[in-house]
Design a protein around this ligand. Structure first.
Ligand SMILES: [Zn+2]
Ligand SMILES: [Zn+2]
Length: 278
C-alpha cells in the first residue's frame, strides 16, 4: 500500500444469525447446527465520512417473509433477529444518525445483506451493474430462487445507486481486477463471482490492518484454508456453481500471497469470533 493511503476506522457488527448445518456450509463438515451470523462493517474514512459494508438483517425480515412464497425463506433459514441488533439501532452508540452514513456498499442482493437498506433514506448505494440487473425484474418465485425479497429494496434504489461496470483497476493476487472506491487505495472492491451474480468483496485498509470482506464467496474460512467448497446441494441456490469453486481457489491463492490480510466471509463463525467486539 502506498504511503499516502489513508486507513479507515472499522467496526464489525453482528445483525443476528440463522442456523445452518456445518456439512452444508462446508463439504465434509459435521452434521451439527452452527450459528451463521450476518455481519456488517461500519467504516469511517477520514475524508469521505461514514460508510457501511452491507446492512445485514433487520426486524422487517419478519414482515417481508410473512406471506407466501417468501415465508419459505424463513422456513429454510430459521432466523434469530433482535431489534437491537439492526444496524440502525446500533448507530446510537457511535453517536450517528442514518443520514451520517453517506455510502452503503451492497455486496449482493440476498435478503440477509440488504434487509437494513430502507433504514437509510439519504445514503448512496454502491454495487455492480451485473448484481442489480440480475434482481431488478425478479418477483415471486423468480426472486425467492435468488434469495432476493423485492420489498426490501428502497423504492428509489436506482436513483441513489452507483452501478459499477466490470472492474479494470490494479489486480489483487488470485482475485483479479479491482475498483478503487475513493481513488486513494483505502477501499478496493473486487469481483467474487459464483454465489450471486455480480457479487463483490471489499479490501479495506483499516486502522488495525488490511481486511478483505469476502461476502458469501464462502461461508466458512476453512473453505479458503482447506480449499473445501460448500455441500453440492447448496449449488441449487447459487448463480454459478463452477465459479463458486473458482472463487474459493482464488481466495486460497490470495491468502497465500497476502498473509497480512484478515479475510472475513460474512457468515463465518471463526471470523465472527475474531472480529466482532463483545
Ligand atoms: Zn448470499
Ligand atoms: Zn449471506
Amino acid at each position: 500500500m502506498p504511503d499516502h493511503t489513508p486507513t479507515v476506522a472499522c467496526h464489525v457488527l453482528d445483525t443476528g444469525y440463522c442456523l445452518a448445518h456445518e456439512n452444508m456450509v462446508l463439504r465434509g463438515g459435521k452434521r451439527t447446527s452452527i450459528q451463521c451470523h450476518s455481519i456488517v462493517a461500519l467504516l469511517h474514512h477520514p475524508q469521505q465520512g461514514w460508510l457501511l459494508w452491507d446492512t445485514g438483517y433487520a426486524p422487517r425480515m419478519w414482515d417481508v417473509t410473512a406471506r407466501w412464497p417468501f415465508s419459505l425463506y424463513r422456513r429454510a433459514t430459521p432466523l434469530h433477529i433482535q431489534p437491537e441488533l439492526a444496524v440502525i439501532a446500533q448507530l446510537d452508540r457511535f453517536g450517528l444518525a442514518p443520514a451520517d452514513v453517506r455510502t452503503i456498499i451492497v455486496s449482493h442482493f440476498h435478503a440477509d445483506h440488504i434487509a437494513g437498506l430502507r433504514d437509510f433514506p439519504r445514503s448512496t448505494f454502491v454495487t455492480t451493474e451485473a448484481a442489480y440487473a440480475d434482481v431488478r425484474q425478479r418477483q415471486g418465485f423468480a426472486a425467492l430462487r435468488r434469495a432476493f425479497i423485492p420489498a426490501l429494496l428502497p423504492d428509489d434504489f436506482a436513483d441513489r445507486a452507483q452501478l459499477l461496470p466490470r472492474f479494470s483497476g490494479p489486480a489483487l493476487p488470485g482475485l483479479g481486477a479491482t475498483h478503487d472506491l475513493f481513488g486513494d487505495g483505502s477501499l478496493l472492491l473486487v469481483e467474487l463471482p459464483g454465489h450471486a451474480c455480480g457479487q463483490i468483496g471489499l479490501l479495506a485498509q483499516t486502522d488495525s490492518g488490511p481486511v478483505l470482506f469476502a461476502a458469501d464467496s464462502c461461508w466458512h474460512s476453512r473453505s479458503i484454508r482447506e480449499r473445501r467448497p460448500p455441500h453440492p446441494l447448496t449449488y441449487l441456490f447459487v448463480d454459478d456453481s463452477r465459479a463458486v469453486r473458482t472463487t474459493i481457489e482464488a481466495l486460497h491463492q490470495f491468502a497465500a500471497a497476502r498473509p497480512d490480510v484478515r479475510i472475513v466471509p460474512s457468515h463465518c463463525p471463526e471470523a465472527f469470533a475474531r472480529e466482532v467486539g463483545s
